[in-house]
Design a protein around this ligand. Structure first.
Ligand SMILES: Nc1ncnc2c1ncn2[C@@H]1O[C@H](COP(=O)(O)OP(=O)(O)O)[C@@H](O)[C@H]1O
Ligand SMILES: [Mg+2]
Length: 362
């Protein structure tokens, strides 16, 4: 908890702030503004960003922290604090106005929450999906590489025997060029996936789902899981494609984890479906792994909630998916247990329903 006067000079600096930042209260109170323990580059970026958002010039100083509060808007943001020793600490900072009896602002109160653990888990989870992606690339590359190698060896042999003809060489070179184009496209897909993207783009939801599926397909088939995809309805939305891919992968990975426990291969099913009803698009991801126990199903979107062994479960996957879907895309995600028939057999499993509203129909 850190409070300031109207101009930003620190007035209160509690014990937790001392512990987190390594400054003593008496070193900062009445002397500094919180700028001394903020990352300068973030203040500059935020000033530019806020100037655009609020359509007025915001100076690169204390203003960036309090301008939204002054305007009566919700003011909660992620920032990087720098401790006295120079450590970087990610925090979630909420700033409210301190008002006197006459409703005049005499200062500001900032409450910061240390989110370094959550951040570390998020990058862990991102690394895990990058691992999936690399596995997928390796899988996709094997065949074209072996084709290129076969064509080149064939030409080499013919050349040594002096029996090459021009038509043969041309058609074979064309085959090689088309294969290298394909290889280069898979690299582009990967680059797009790891690129940080700050602007929403107009994206096709089915296209985004297909990209997610192609990333996790190799590990799905390695685990003998039957993936049943029916993406007949599509919509365009304004969204962050990489984030959505991450969210879908997290949900699909959980289904895979749950199905790994099953012994009978032909009962391992994951269904991925889209359905457009009225003006909403439903994305359904359901499995046949038995479902989620009633006493925990309401907890699975909470950060750090996991039933898996410490070495594999982080509990961050679904909380990230929730954040991405609900907070960044104005959609909803719900989970049920569902019992259904498939190929004359009854199956039970988790049923995730993601609903996109305000959609622009193709
Ligand atoms: N498809 C599913 N079937 C059964 N349980 C699931 C499924 N998806 C999620 N869960 C439960 O939700 C918990 C939280 O999932 P998640 O947030 O991805 O964390 P983690 O996978 O690291 O445990 C899991 O530990 C599991 O108990
Ligand atoms: Mg998970």
């Amino acid at each position: 908890m850190i409070s300031t006067d109207k101009n930003g000079i620190i007035q209160q600096f509690n014990k937790e702030a001392e512990k987190l930042l390594g400054y003593e209260a008496k070193e900062v109170i009445n002397i500094h503004t919180p700028e001394i323990f903020h990352l300068k580059s973030e203040i500059i970026l935020k000033a530019e960003y806020l100037s655009k958002e609020l359509n007025k010039k915001i100076q690169k100083g204390f203003e960036v922290f309090v301008e939204k509060t002054k305007l009566g808007l919700k003011n909660e943001n992620e920032w990087t604090y720098i401790s006295k020793k120079g450590e970087h600490i990610p925090v979630l900072l909420n700033i409210t106005a301190l008002k006197n009896k006459n409703d005049e602002t005499y200062g500001y109160l900032g409450i910061a929450q240390d989110i370094s653990q959550r951040k570390a888990l998020e990058s862990q989870s991102k690394l895990a999906s990058m691992g999936e992606m690399i596995g997928n690339i390796a899988h996709q590359w094997r065949q074209p590489l072996s084709m290129i190698s076969t064509i080149a060896s064939g030409i080499l042999v013919k050349n040594e025997l002096n029996i090459t003809d021009n038509v043969d060489v041309s058609s074979n070179m064309e085959k090689i060029i088309s294969q290298t184009k394909y290889l280069s496209n898979t690299i582009d897909d990967f680059r797009n996936f790891i690129k940080e993207n700050n602007d929403k783009e107009r994206i096709s939801l089915v296209n985004t789902i297909e990209k997610s599926l192609s990333i996790i397909k190799p590990s799905i088939s390695n685990n003998h899981i039957n993936l049943i995809v029916n993406l007949k309805d599509d919509i365009y939305i304004d969204g962050f494609e990489n984030q959505l891919i991450q969210a879908f992968i997290n949900i699909l990975n959980n289904a895979k984890d749950a199905l790994k426990e099953k012994t009978v291969d032909k009962d391992k099913l994951i269904f991925v479906e889209t359905q457009f009803i009225k003006d909403e698009l439903f994305l359904i991801i359901k499995d046949s792994a038995g479902g989620i126990k009633d006493d925990i199903i309401h907890k699975i979107f909470e950060p750090y909630f996991t039933t898996k062994h410490k070495s594999i479960g982080t509990g961050i996957g679904l909380s990230m998916a929730y954040q991405i879907i609900a907070e960044h895309h104005n959609a909803t995600i719900e989970v049920f247990n569902s019992t259904y028939e498939y190929n004359d057999k009854t199956h039970t499993g988790a049923y995730f329903q993601i609903t996109f509203k305000d959609a622009c129909l193709i």
